[in-house]
Design a protein around this ligand. Sequence first.
Ligand code: ZN
Length: 470
Amino acid sequence: MPSSDRILIRGGTILSMDFAVGELPIGDVLVEDGKIVAVAPKLDIADCESIDATDTIVMPGFVDTHRHTWQAPWRNIASDWTLAHYFSGLHAGLSGHYRPEDTYIGNLLGTLEALDSGITTLLDWSHNLNTPAHADGAVAALFESGSRVVFAHGGGAPEWSGVPSDVPHTRDAKRIREQYFNSDDQLVTMAMALRGPQFAPGATSEADWALARELGTRVTVHVGDGAWGKTRPIAWMRERGFLTPDVTYVHCCTLADDELRMIADSGGSASVAPDIELQMGHGWPATGRLLDVGIRPSISIDVCTATAGHMFGAMRSALSTQRGLDNAAIEAAGGDASEMDQLKVSCRDVLSFATIEGARACGLDHRTGSLTPGKDADLIVLRADSLGMTPLNNPAGAVVYNGHPGLVETVLVAGKVVKRDGTLVGVDQARVRRLAIETRDYLLSTAHGDPRLADAQLGGDWLPSAYAAA
Ligand SMILES: [Zn+2]
């Protein structure tokens, strides 16, 4: 619940991510009743809690627009896997062995990890909802976390074990909507995570879409990953009237140019997951191609089974990849990339992708994504007094290139301090760690009774056997 107390965050370098508010070399932020009330160079307020932000950067919390949070106990198991290994090991394999309590602790670990790293809004792309009890566990963890979360209901192993799958999206989503998400004004809200035409046959996909419309939620869908993305999924969706402003298109790497324009014309949003797209053969991250058609993308982590769960790394991957692509295009055209007048994508651009554009992609830009008076106070305070941040000559560049979760000193969600002095408030971290390790150990032991997963092991050498190199 929002705090009714007034909090003054004093004397930080402010990156508001709101053009009207701007960037302040030194400034104060006043929070009252959970909302940002004022942002100014100096606010003389006496009767309030004060947070000294000297030698820090104060900015909106990050927004991750696509994460399969339930996979957190399998952190880095897939860091050297292909997409085929991932589908075999996680979806056809481990996912089906999850108990509801495993889904719960996966979501709790993953959401708290994100919050600890400054991600104050997470879209949980939840596709391990194998039974209603799994869905209850997933949702319970999100409410417990204290983070702002969009719970995107994506079905579970029945829908995802084989693709394309004609198993319809479970109607338990309707129960979840009615039981937990009657209001769209809560800290945790609901969307529908649909398979779309790449991962379900046409008639199944149409039925899934009808369910989402019945529930009245936003939609998030994977499109444009690898060869699947070249089957013109967007054109298919357009013929059926599925391209609406409340849809977020995840990846978009291999969509045709005219399909990107169709998304732009519809007012839809995009989520780029650079690390996973580069690792798992989805194609080049579409950041620049999206910008070319007028879509400012958001950024997502996707799977912590492979990559890190924080936005600093994802921002660097997105920026460096796009800069490389832009330079290669100039060289290919006979130019000299070292003599460009200006780089096409800036650090400020990438910071906006990771904050306000993420909020837009979640339909929450009226609440979060920038330090704008009237919005909920979702903000982070990053230490800038480390040797690696000194001197602070370019705050946006410092966050993108020098940032890491260890700098995240203070985090507020809807005006409530959820991380203070570098530690999450009210979280029994020992319990979360113990339960996550117990779940990992349980699932590993169970997997050994499954012929498809008999060679599962920790340490980095396991390649799910169905796809092991000959
Ligand atoms: Zn995904």
